[in-house]
Design a protein around this ligand. Structure first.
Ligand code: BGC
Length: 758
C-alpha cells in the first residue's frame, strides 16, 4: 500500500483523528478512503482480546485463550529458541483472532522486588532481558503480527505510575534500563513501541523528543510507530512533535482537535502529523496485507506446549540430599491451596481468560500418582485455622514427602500498585514450618513473580521456584517434582536475604512524584557482587537432577582491539547420570577502570542439552559492547584500554573458568587538560605521560626527595619516603609546577597545556 499517497488524500481532521484510537482496542478507519480499522490486544503471555466491555486493568472478561508462562518465568529458561516458539504460537492466535498487534513484551528491568508488575518483566539484567524479549518478538512477528514492546522507559514501579518522574543519570539509563529496548530494535525490529506512563527526568515519556526520536529512531533505527500506554498522554501536541504517533485509547476527540488547532496556529508542523499517520498505516497494512484469519488456533496443542515451557522455566533452588525427584512409588502430600488453585499469572492488563487450567493435584491424579491433598492456608485472607493446620500436619506425617505449594496471592502482586514488603503471607510461612517439622522430606513449590523472603529456608529440604508458570503450571510442577523433566531454569534475578539488602531499598518509590535511581548501575547482582554480600540465591543460579562440569576455556586471542571480536569457547560436561540441560553463562569484568564498574556483567549464555557423560563445546562471540561502558563525555559506548576477565560457569557465583584478555581502545577520548589537571590523570594517559614525565622529574628534584638526599636530616628522610612523595605528588595540579618548581613561567605552562591537548 502506498501510505504516503493515502495520507496525502486525508484532511487535517482525518489525520489528527487517525492519531488516536477509535475505541479501547482499535485504530480509526477512514471509510472515505477505504482505510479499515485494526485491532490491538494485550499481551504479553497470551491473548487478551476483549469483545464487549473493554478495560485495561483486567477487570472485564476477554475471549478464552491460552495463558503461557509470564516473562518472570520465561526469562528463567535462558532459552531464547523456546521463547521464540512461544511467540509463534501467540502470533498464530492473533492471526486467528484478527488482532494486528500483541501489546508486549514488557521489558522493564526488575529494579526492586517490590514492583507490582515484576511478574510481567524478565530480569534485573539488561542483557538477558534483551535477548529474551528479542526472541519473543521474532516469534510473534514471524506470523506477521506486530508487537508493542513496553513500557518505554524507566517504568520500574507501579507506585504513582502515571505521575512519577524516574530521575536517572545518563550512564545508568544506557547501561541498565535501555538495553532491552535497544536489543529488541536491533535484533528483532518490533513493529511498534509503547511509551510508559511516567516522566523521565521530569518529562513525560509520551512527550519526550529525546527518548522517542533521538534515541529510539535516530540512534537505534526504530521504524515502526509509537503508541501511548493507555491514558499516558498529557500534552498531545507536544507528543506529536516528540514522536508519539498513536494515542491510546482516545481522548473523546479533545486531543485530536488540539492537534488540528496547533497546526492551524502554526505551532505544529503538519508534516509531523503526516509522518505519524504514515507510520501507523504502514504497520496496519503490514498486518492487513498478510492477514490469515484461517490460521488454526489449536488451544489444546498450545496448552500442552505451555506445560513443557513452564517445566523448562522452573528453577530448582534447593535439593538437600537429592530428595527430588520424588519416587512415583511413594505417597506425597500436596499441601496449600495453590496445589489445587495454582497462581500462574498476575493481575491487570495481562490477565488471560484461560480456556483451561491444570492444578498440580489434578495433574498428579491424572498421572496415577499417590498424592493426597490438604489445603492448609487460605489464599483469600492471611489465615491458617487450627483445624486446617492439623489436617495439613497429619497429611504430611502420613506421606513419604510433603510438598507445600506456596507463594504470593493475587492481591500481593499486580499491575497498578507495588508490594509493600517482600514477605509471603504469614499463614504460609507458619504452615511451611509446621509441615517441615512433621515431615523432614518437605519441599516448597513457589508461585510468585519476583523474590520473596524465605525464613524457613533452613528447615525444608527442597525449593522449586515455579514463578508464574501459566495455565499448565500444575502439570509442569508434577513433571519436575517426579522427575519426568529435569529442571533447567536459572534465576533471572538475585534473591536477597531480605528486602533491605536490595540496592534500591533506600530510594525505591521516591519522594512524592520523584523517584531517584541513586544506586545507579548497581542493580541486582552488580551490587551484591561489588559489595561481596551474602544473598539467598544469586543471579543465574539453578540446580539440576544431574551435575555439570565446565572446562577448557579458550579465547581466540590474548589481546584485541575494540573493533575486533573475540571468540570464547568452553566445554560443558554432564557428569551425572541423567540427561539434562545446562546453562553456560559468560560474564565480563573490567579489571581496573576509571569509571566505577560492576565486578562482572553477563555478556553471553547458552543452554545445552546433554546426555549423561556427554560433553559439548559452547561458543560465545564478544564485541566492543561486551567490554564497553557508557561514556558521558562522548555520549557513546567506550572501552578503556586494559585487561578484562572472562568468567564462565552456571551462576554469577559459580564461575569455575576464568581467563584474561587485553582490549585496546581505538577511540581517543577528547583531552581537556588545564592547569588544574592533576598528575595522576596525566600519567594515566600514555600520550600525556610522555610529555609530562620530564617536567614531573624536575618538580621532584626541586621539591621532592632528590633535594633532601643532600641536606636533610635523617629524621626528615624517615618522615617522608620517595614513595610517599610520589603518592602525594600524583594529586598535585599542573599549576603546582609554578609554585613548587618544574615550569619556569606562565608561558611555558601555557605551551605545555597546548601540547598536552594537541
Ligand atoms: C498497561 C499496558 C497495557 C494497556 C492496555 C495499561 O494499563 O500498562 O501494559 O498494554 O494498559 O491494556
Amino acid at each position: 500500500m502506498d501510505v504516503k499517497k493515502l495520507v496525502s488524500q486525508m484532511t487535517l481532521e482525518e489525520k489528527a483523528g487517525l492519531c488516536s484510537g477509535d475505541d479501547f482496542w482499535h485504530t480509526k478507519a477512514v471509510e472515505r478512503l477505504g482505510i479499515p480499522r485494526v485491532m490491538v490486544s494485550d499481551g504479553p503471555h497470551g491473548l487478551r482480546k476483549q469483545d464487549d466491555a473493554a478495560d485495561h486493568l483486567g477487570i472485564n472478561d476477554s475471549i478464552k485463550a491460552v495463558c503461557f508462562p509470564a516473562a518472570s518465568a520465561t526469562a528463567a529458561s535462558f532459552d531464547p529458541d523456546m521463547i521464540r516458539e512461544m511467540g509463534e504460537a501467540l502470533g498464530d492466535s492473533c492471526q486467528h483472532e484478527k488482532v494486528s498487534v500483541l501489546l508486549g513484551p514488557a521489558v522493564n528491568i526488575k529494579r526492586s522486588p517490590l514492583c507490582g508488575r515484576n511478574f510481567e518483566y524478565f530480569s534485573e539484567d539488561p542483557y538477558l532481558a534483551g535477548k529474551m524479549c528479542a526472541a519473543l518478538i521474532q516469534g510473534v512477528q514471524s506470523r506477521n503480527i506486530g508487537t508493542s514492546i513496553k513500557h518505554f522507559a524507566l517504568n520500574n514501579q507501579e507506585h504513582r505510575r502515571m505521575s512519577s518522574s524516574s530521575d536517572c543519570d545518563e550512564r545508568t539509563m544506557r547501561e541498565i534500563y535501555f538495553p532491552p529496548f535497544e536489543t529488541a530494535v536491533k535484533e528483532a525490529k518490533p513493529w511498534t513501541f509503547m511509551c510508559s506512563y511516567n516522566r523521565i527526568n521530569g518529562v513525560y515519556a509520551s512527550e519526550n523528543p529525546w527518548l522517542l526520536t533521538d534515541v529510539l529512531r535516530k540512534e537505534w533505527g526504530f521504524d515502526g510507530y509509537v503508541m501511548s500506554d493507555w491514558g499516558a498522554v498529557s500534552n498531545r501536541v507536544a507528543g506529536v512533535a516528540a514522536g508519539l504517533d498513536l494515542e491510546m485509547p482516545a481522548s473523546g476527540g479533545v486531543n485530536d482537535r488540539k492537534i488540528v488547532e496547533a497546526v492551524k496556529a502554526g505551532k505544529l508542523d503538519e508534516k509531523l502529523v503526516d509522518l505519524a499517520c504514515e507510520r501507523i498505516l504502514e504497520i496496519s497494512y503490514r498486518y492487513l496485507e498478510n492477514a490469515k484469519p484461517d490460521t488454526p488456533w489449536d488451544q489444546e496443542k498450545q496448552h500442552a506446549r505451555a506445560a513443557e515451557i513452564a517445566a523448562d522455566c522452573m528453577v530448582l533452588l534447593k535439593n538437600d540430599g537429592d530428595l527430588l525427584p520424588l519416587s512415583k512409588e511413594d505417597t506425597a502430600a500436596f499441601i496449600g491451596e495453590f496445589a489445587e488453585k495454582p497462581r500462574f499469572q498476575g493481575g491487570g492488563s495481562s490477565h488471560i481468560n484461560c480456556f483451561r487450567t491444570t492444578s498440580a493435584v489434578e495433574a498428579a491424579k491424572a498421572a496415577g500418582l499417590k498424592v493426597t491433598y490438604a489445603p492448609g492456608y487460605s489464599v483469600e485472607k492471611d489465615e491458617l485455622t487450627d483445624e486446617r493446620l492439623a489436617e495439613a500436619v497429619a497429611a504430611a506425617k502420613k506421606a513419604k514427602a510433603a510438598v507445600v505449594f506456596a507463594g504470593l496471592p493475587d492481591s500481593y502482586e499486580s499491575e497498578g500498585y507495588d508490594r509493600t514488603h517482600m514477605r509471603m503471607p504469614e499463614c504460609q510461612n507458619r504452615l511451611i514450618e509446621a509441615v517441615a517439622e512433621a515431615n523432614p522430606n518437605t519441599v516448597v513449590v513457589l508461585h510468585n513473580g519476583s523474590p520473596v523472603e524465605m525464613p524457613w529456608i533452613g528447615k525444608v529440604r527442597g525449593v522449586l521456584e515455579a514463578y508464574l508458570g501459566g495455565q499448565a503450571v500444575g502439570e509442569a510442577a508434577v513433571r519436575v517434582l517426579f522427575g519426568d523433566v529435569n529442571p533447567s531454569g536459572h534465576l533471572p534475578e538475585s534473591f536477597p536475604v531480605q528486602l533491605e539488602d536490595n540496592p534500591s531499598f533506600l530510594y525505591y518509590g521516591g519522594e512524592g512524584n520523584r523517584t531517584e535511581y541513586r544506586e545507579g548501575v548497581f542493580v541486582g547482582y552488580r551490587y551484591y557482587d561489588k559489595k561481596k554480600m551474602n544473598v539467598l540465591f544469586p543471579f543465574g543460579f539453578g540446580l539440576s537432577y544431574t551435575t555439570f562440569a565446565f572446562s577448557g576455556l579458550k579465547l581466540s586471542a590474548e589481546s584485541i582491539r575494540d573493533t575486533d571480536t573475540l571468540t570464547v569457547t568452553a566445554t560443558v560436561t554432564n557428569t551425572g547420570n541423567r540427561a539434562g540441560k545446562a546453562v553456560a553463562q559468560l560474564y565480563v569484568g573490567d579489571t581496573e577502570s576509571t569509571p566505577i564498574r560492576p565486578v562482572r556483567e553477563l555478556k553471553g549464555f547458552r543452554k545445552v542439552f546433554l546426555q549423561p557423560g556427554e560433553s559439548r563445546e559452547v561458543s560465545f562471540t564478544l564485541d566492543k559492547r561486551s567490554f564497553a561502558y557508557w561514556n558521558t563525555e562522548i555520549h557513546d559506548w567506550h572501552v578503556e584500554t586494559g585487561d578484562f576477565t572472562i568468567e564462565v560457569g552456571d551462576s554469577s557465583r559459580n564461575l569455575p573458568l576464568c581467563a584474561a584478555v587485553k582490549v585496546e581502545s581505538t577511540v581517543e577520548l577528547p583531552r581537556h587538560y588545564t592547569q588544574d589537571s592533576i598528575y595522576l590523570d596525566l600519567m594515566a594517559d600514555p600520550k600525556a605521560k610522555k610529555i609530562i614525565t620530564g617536567f614531573m622529574k624536575k618538580t621532584m628534584e626541586i621539591f621532592g626527595t632528590e633535594q633532601r638526599e643532600e641536606d636533610s636530616t635523617e629524621a626528615a628522610k624517615e618522615a617522608i619516603t620517595e614513595e610517599m612523595t610520589m603518592a602525594m605528588m600524583k594529586y598535585m595540579p599542573l599549576r603546582g609546577m609554578l609554585s613548587f618548581g618544574g615550569a619556569e613561567n606562565a608561558e611555558e605552562m601555557e605551551k605545555l597545556i597546548q601540547q598536552l591537548n594537541g
